[in-house]
Design a protein around this ligand. Sequence first.
Ligand SMILES: Cc1cc2nc3c(=O)[nH]c(=O)nc-3n(C[C@H](O)[C@H](O)[C@H](O)COP(=O)(O)OP(=O)(O)OC[C@H]3O[C@@H](n4cnc5c(N)ncnc54)[C@H](O)[C@@H]3O)c2cc1C
Length: 577
Amino acid sequence: MGGPQKKRVLVVGAGAAGMSCAHHLAQHPEKFDVTLIEATNYCGGQAFSIAIDKDKHGASWLNQGVQGGSYIFHHTMTMFARQGFAANSVKLQVSFGKGAQFWTNVYPTKLLERHQTEIKRFVKMLSIIRWFEIIFALLPIKLLMKLFWFSYEFANTVALPMVALFLGTGNYTPDVPAIILERLCTSPTYGMWYPPDKKSIANNLPPMVVFPNFSKFYETWHQDLVSKGIKVRLSTELTQIITRGKQGVIVKTIKRSPSDKHNPSSAWAPEDPTLNSDASAKEETEHYDEIVLCCQTDTSLRLLGKTSSFLERKILSSVKFSNDITITHTDASYMRKHYEPFFNPLQAASSLDTDSRITHAKTNFNPMYFIKPYPSDLTKLEMCFDCTNYQAQFPPDIPFENHVFQTIFLNKERDGHLWTDKEIDPQKIIRKDWWHQLCHSWTHYAFVVPWVWLLQGGRKHTRFAGSWTVINAHEVAVMSGIAAAVDLGADYPQDLEKESGWALLCFRLYYLLVYGKWYRKRVDKGGKGMGEWESGLYGSLYKGPGVVEEERRMWRDEQEVEWKLRKRNWGMDEPRL
Ligand SMILES: Cc1cc2nc3c(=O)[nH]c(=O)nc-3n(C[C@H](O)[C@H](O)[C@H](O)COP(=O)(O)OP(=O)(O)OC[C@H]3O[C@@H](n4cnc5c(N)ncnc54)[C@H](O)[C@@H]3O)c2cc1C
């Protein structure tokens, strides 16, 4: 008779977490029979692209929402490389505030001149927190600012945007734990504001990566999973979990009508009859051995229903979300009115300009990331991207009037009264997208993150994955999917393990935190010469920042050399952007 029975695994949600989980389970067709279901009609979840008018904007597509990340996103970049895609490099320019409250990392401004004593104190404070990290770790930034006597203006116009930008936490930034602010400024590997400057606080242009066309990438990945035997069912929603126990997991699913990309309304707003267009669709009962929930926690709780345990209810319900909207538009007048998109000679502070940054900025100030603290309440923010300056597919020198912007209005329920969304010219709006965003408040790190490991696996045959398990970033989502697969018995990627660098370290720490287990290396260490892993794009060949102790380098520049060599030697194609 046949060999040992395969485990039937249901992966719920084809975002970065679900795709990564299915991908790694797919490497073991002898062990797993995998079904991946997704409520919407595409893979990628929050990460997707939209079409735009190339004649007008210079590019035919735009990544909607999710823009880019850090060089240390090894798992994400490895997944890109596996499908023949690559991220691109960018040196991040920011523009925070407006007029007298404007500052940037490109050149020093009057705001920074006014707060010289506080900037010095800020740098001192960072070394104090570094020394006593254990004490400060969970302290909300708003209390930290009070503890060190920072002014209202400095705390909200200088310090908060530095963190808000990194986490996209928007209006929960005052509640973010102090350790995140400290690490952003003091960590040589992932600190985007490292090293802090005693005069202008942040004077570096953080090297970042911008993501390739997400819709193409995820569709290619989808096809790859199908070719590896994964049953990918789009427009299929898990409606409830009936039982979990010795017999495995019994669930109900329904087929949904393909809807507009994104906005999976009935997945998290089933009670709204206007959105839940498939309310009368017939449910099917299905039986699996294991389930991996790769969706938001409030959805998971709803799906678990009566089968949820006390701990699941307690931990999952402690995750806070806010409802935000991104308006994608081309309203250059709105941008001029609310932000500083151009070099502003009136605000340039020559007293702080030790290395001619002002002269350089006159012709090279092209900000990508904007934050506007609301003048009537500086603790609340609006965020914005100039996608034309930010995303790599746009050519330079597109007239400002044709730039594509994304303005994000945060936390409708609490802060909707501050929004200026009505000022955006409706004729210039390309589209609107609602997000159900994770809030990185200190409570998340006190009541959720340290306890998730208690929920994983066991007799309930349930695992939880998704970026909410630590930080709302694509890389965390990918790692969470890999971790769920590894916990089920799949292998961690050989090339990343062999690299033994940052990727493996991050994964091990993630696995320890979220599963309470230390991942032991599985690849045998012996063998000389070129192993299969060594040809991996981000395997041992990747020596970018986060791996080597030297100065940060632009890995894309190195890669270009690398790809030319590969093309010449092996006739390989360049990765797609
Ligand atoms: C506006 C915005 C900007 C961002 N910018 C960045 C950035 O620049 N860099 C970065 O690294 N990260 C960014 N992020 C965060 C990043 O996009 C997310 O962390 C990551 O994509 C989340 O992946 P996930 O798999 O955890 O969840 P999701 O992508 O949300 O995937 C969950 C999937 O589950 C599906 N689902 C839900 N319920 C059901 C159900 N009942 N049945 C079946 N399927 C279901 C959903 O439809 C969805 O596809 C941003 C996020 C937003 C919203």
